[in-house]
Design a protein around this ligand. Structure first.
Ligand code: NAD
Length: 392
């Protein structure tokens, strides 16, 4: 089968196995070139949400910067008649192979991380294949819905402002057309449900399950991801429904640290840079912001992708040589320091005021945004021959 990208809005319904494998290989090469080791490097790592985006990159960084054995949990579709697998499924196959070639344990579970069954399966695999204890848990889920494991009720998350409607600039990144988009405010129920899906409740349930099963090593660390961004995006992000979920995530970090105190464990929220992932492409306003941001960060040679961020998180934050993890006043790890630099943000604001359909290709890095987007699905990589027939 010849596999080409099939776009539907901000998703691509096909994925290329060889392209996804190449994408993973390039990230592995990046991490390998930055190997390091000290008393704080993790040896056994669980990544929840490990098949794409930040989770995939953190697993790659743990394995190839730190030489860690890893267990990944994700929710992806296998190929079916006439349909390719999802990109995350191909990513995982490629990563497991590279880990095993490097002599590292790499185990994976494809299932619903919100469920009790997957938590139990994970614990059993840690005992069976990872020596019974893990020292780092990365929680990197981005999901549109969650089934509560106790009540069976299914909750959906929405990306909406709170209180009043928000109108802002947005871009159709396929065409470069810039227009105003208005997003209506969330109902109280929508906000509560978004917190239920994307907040910290499930992270805490994972911490409880792992600690009760005795599979967390002494001084184990767990980290989950958040985003803050500039005031331009606050209405739809920080002050919107997703932002409320992130506040909940931060509150749960405190509870998890308390829970893990008998083993000296700690939980952190890491505030990461805005990057093109399947989750972030769905947020209005944000893609235009990112296209401007990338232009400016690339010009300053400070642009990072997911694997660069996750490598920096391990080298300079979680595994800081002196054991002191640098955080802000709210105990958060900040990997958005370069994105939020004053010169970068004032540059973004200046371009934001001027950008329109006529100048969007010149003033912003829409080309880079599109490239990143296609890459998520294994397309647009120079070294891949897309004219070849390939078994999905
Ligand atoms: P992503 O869509 O690339 O990855 C989501 C992962 O979650 C995938 O591995 C997917 O398989 C997994 N997943 C989803 N539902 C699942 C389920 N029910 N069971 C098991 N696995 C499931 O998203 P991402 O952008 O990497 O986001 C990860 C985290 O990082 C999120 O908390 C997000 O808010 C945060 N973050 C993202 C950005 C950004 O710009 N992309 C910036 C800062 C923080």
């Amino acid at each position: 089968m010849i596999i080409t990208p099939k776009m539907r809005g901000f998703i691509c319904t096909t994925a290329h196995p060889a392209g996804c494998a190449e994408n993973v290989r390039l990230q592995v090469e990046y991490a390998k070139a930055r190997r390091f080791s000290n008393v704080n490097t993790p040896k056994k790592v669980l990544v929840i949400g490990s098949s794409t985006g930040y989770g995939l990159a953190s697993r790659i960084a743990a394995a190839f910067c730190c030489g860690a054995d890893t267990l990944g949990v994700f929710f992806e579709k296998t190929a079916a008649k006439g349909r390719t697998a999802t990109a995350g499924w191909y990513n995982n196959v490629a990563l497991e192979r590279l880990c095993k070639d490097a002599g590292l344990v790499a185990e994976s579970i494809n299932g619903d991380a919100f469920s009790n069954d997957v938590k139990a399966e994970t614990i059993a695999l840690i005992k069976e294949k990872l020596g019974g204890k893990i020292d780092l848990v990365v929680y990197s889920l981005a999901s549109p819905k969650r089934q509560d494991p106790l009540t069976g009720e299914v909750y959906s998350s929405v990306i909406k402002p709170i209180g009043s409607p928000f109108t802002g600039k947005t871009v159709d990144f396929h065409t470069g057309e810039v227009s105003d988009v208005t997003v209506g405010p969330a109902t109280e129920q929508e906000t509560a449900h978004t917190v239920k899906v994307m907040g910290g409740e499930d992270w805490l349930l994972w911490a409880k399950a792992l600690s009760e099963a005795g599979v967390l090593a002494q001084n184990a660390v767990t980290v989950a991801f958040s985003y803050i961004g500039p005031s331009l995006t606050h209405a739809v992000y920080k002050d919107g429904t997703i932002g409320m979920a992130k506040v909940d995530l931060e509150e749960n970090a405190g509870q998890i640290t308390e829970l893990l105190s008998p083993i000296g464990g700690r939980a952190f929220v890491s505030v990461n840079k805005a990057l093109v992932t399947q989750a972030s492409a769905a947020i209005p306003v944000v893609p235009l912001y990112m296209a401007i941001l990338f232009k400016l960060m690339k010009a300053e040679s400070i642009h990072e992708d997911c694997v660069a961020q996750m490598t920096r998180m391990l080298r300079e934050r979680l595994c800081a040589e002196d054991g002191v993890i640098p955080t802000d006043e709210k105990n958060r790890i900040r990997l958005d320091d370069l994105e939020m630099r004053e010169d970068i943000q004032s540059g973004v604001e200046e371009i934001w005021r001027r950008v329109n359909t006529e100048n969007s290709e010149v003033l912003t890095d829409l080309e880079g945004y599109r490239e990143d987007f296609l890459r998520l699905f294994g397309f647009g990589l120079e070294s891949v021959d897309y004219s070849l027939d390939i078994e999905p």
